[in-house]
Structures are given as C-alpha cells and as structure tokens.
Design a protein around this ligand. Structure first.
Ligand code: ZN
Length: 362
C-alpha cells in the first residue's frame, strides 16, 4: 500500500504519535501527488487527543512574531501570563526556516486550512531575508551559510510539496547559490572544509533533485566523494562529530546507490555508533540528524531502540498542562533556545512520515 504523506499524518495521529508508529510505512519526499490540491477535512472526523507534535505546533503558532519570524532571542514577547524561559541568540532566519521545515514535514503548507496563514507568514519573513542572487540570510561566515542552507531547504520543500510557482524560481536560485559556494575540494566551509556544513549542503542537493529542480550531477558527485572520504577507517565516524557522522551517513544513502551503502561495513559501524549514543547528552540538532540517519541506515533493532529513547526524551522535556504559556514546547538543554529545541525535537518525531526508510526489512 502506498500512503501519501497526508494519510501518514492521519494514521500517526490516530495512533497517538507514540510507539505504534514503528509499524507505519514511511513516505518519500515528493511522493505526495495529492498535496497540490488540499483535501477538505471531513466534517464528521472524530475528536482525537493531540499528539506531541501537534502540541509543539500549537506552541510555535503562539510564539510566532506578527512579521512571520520565529526567534529564539525574542519569542517571549509573545508570551501570555507567566513568560516562557530559555531565550538564546540564534539567527532568526535560520530559526524561521527550521520551523517552516517542521510544518512542511507535517504536511502543512501555505494552502492548508489549519496552519496555512502561519506557514504563509513564515515564508514571507524568509523571503524578506532573501536577496536577488538566491541567497537567504544576512550573516557573514559560518552562521551565514547555515542560514542559507536552512532557508534553501524550506523553500525547496515548500515547492516540492505544493508545486506552486511562487517557490520554483526561489528554490532553484537558492540551490544554485549554494552550489556556487562549493569549494574546489567538494566540501563547503568558511575558512576550510567543514564536514557538518557539507552534510547539510548534501541535504539541499538531495531535496532539490527530489523536487524536480535542476541540480548539477557533478556537484552531487563531488559532495558525495568528499563526504565518503571523511569516514574514519576504523569507526566510520566523520570529523569526530555526531551530526557530521549522521549527515554523511544520509549522504551515503541518498546521493548514491543504496545497495553499495548497505554492504559497506563503515556505514554499519557509523550507524551502530550513533545508536549507542545517550540521547540526553546530545544537542537537539544532532538528535534530529541522528534520528534521520538511523531511520534510514540503522538496523531494525538500532532504529527501534533509538526511537524509544527519542519518545522517552520528548515525554520528559515537553511541557505538560493546559494553561502554562510554555505548554507543548520542549525545554532545551543549557545553551539552546526553546524554539530550536521544540522544532528539532518535533522534526525528529515527525521523521517517520517525512522520509521512506531505506534499510531494514520494510
Ligand atoms: Zn510563552
């Protein structure tokens, strides 16, 4: 049975968003042909308990600036009653793009009934920080590349989901701008090759192809070759960094042929290393990347154990209750903002319906 992403969201919601989602077949990005025409919700749909992801979306809607921006530094201006805690300095362009990616992963687009205006305003804010040459963001250096990568992912996903001509040129230009910044080595970076940034750039190349936008085969090949060459010959780890290791694993699966990656002992070793990490000690961005990597390339046992850790973590960190302003948000570790922690944790939880699982028995 082939499910659209919308079907998957419904099914997951019916399952309460907890462990039964293990049985849910994943859906590949770009498969959802029905997404172009939003289906009206049947009027008689039974009431259901909101999932953890629903509660996170609700908190994010309540803490979006009227300009459409989400900001870790300034979200408390939206608080009602006792203000939420955990502000943090982080690029609002990157944070807005990450938040849009969560809504899009949940099948929510600018055309949706429930969160259409939220997504529309978020995209408008992102476009206000885009320049004519296709670049998103204003910051210099590494933070600037991160802003652009996240912005590019958001607009390309929005195009892939809706096919709307509002996003086609912006998505194409954003991908081109990124490729124009690829270094001679095949990597991305500011003062040198940067494994984590290169892994994130690989995600952009992947979704660009999936959305049927043009992407240079040579750029893909050079990215793949550079990342594959970074894996430690004993452990499979990349740059001694869990996020870079996870992203390089994804590139192995997504930018090349799966059969070769499946047989490669270094891929298996890197996946086993990630699966053994204590999720409580990882930053929320790393949790998302590790979740994607294990969902794609972990053994069934490793993925199942990881998902259990993730669900337990979300259960512990999500603010409960019906009245606190922070309800539905995910409390971050020190050094991280509440918006970022909420978005990344919810994106990790939404992984199952965002991407098709490639390895394993399914
Ligand atoms: Zn608040």
């Amino acid at each position: 049975m082939r499910l659209t992403r919308r079907d998957a969201v419904r099914l997951l919601a019916a399952a309460g968003g907890s462990l039964p989602l293990l049985a849910l077949p994943g859906v590949a990005f770009g498969d959802d042909e029905t997404a172009e025409k939003p289906q009206p919700e049947p009027k008689t749909e039974p009431k259901r308990e909101p999932t953890r992801v629903d509660r996170a979306l609700d908190w994010l809607v309540r803490h979006q600036d009227p300009s459409g921006t989400w900001s870790d530094a300034e979200f408390t201006t939206r608080c009602e009653g006792q203000a939420c805690t955990a502000t943090h300095e982080r690029s609002p362009v990157e944070t807005t793009a990450s938040t849009l990616l969560l809504f899009l992963a949940c099948g929510e687009t600018h055309q949706s009934k429930t969160y259409g205006d939220t997504v529309k305003n978020g995209l408008r804010s992102l476009f206000n920080h885009g320049s004519k040459d296709g670049r998103f963001g204003d910051l210099a250096g590494r933070a600037g590349l991160r802003e652009h990568i996240e912005g590019a992912l958001a607009v390309i996903e929005a195009y892939g989901l809706t096919g709307s001509r509002l996003f086609k040129a912006r998505g194409q230009n954003a991908a081109r701008w990124l490729v124009s910044r690829q270094r001679d080595s095949g990597a991305w970076g500011v003062d040198g090759d940067d494994a984590r940034l290169t892994g994130q750039a690989a995600l952009v190349l992947r979704v660009t192809g999936q959305a049927d936008l043009e992407v240079s085969a040579e750029a893909v090949e050079r990215t793949y070759t550079w990342l594959a060459g970074q894996a430690d010959a004993k452990t499979g780890r990349v740059a001694d960094d869990d996020s870079a290791t996870a992203l390089a694993l994804l590139a192995r699966v997504w930018l090349s042929d799966v059969a070769t990656a499946r047989k490669d002992p270094l891929v298996a070793k890197a996946a086993a290393h990630l699966a053994e990490r204590d999720i409580k000690k990882l930053g929320s961005g790393t949790i998302t990347h590790a979740t994607w990597a294990l969902h794609q390339a972990g053994s069934d046992d490793a993925w199942g154990a990881w998902l259990k850790q993730l669900v337990a973590l979300a259960g512990k960190r999500q603010v409960a209750g019906e009245t606190a302003c922070a309800r539905g948000s995910i409390s971050p570790r020190p050094g991280e903002g509440r918006v970022t922690a909420t978005v990344h944790t919810a994106r990790a939880l939404a992984t199952v319906w965002t991407y098709r699982r490639v390895f394993g028995d399914r």
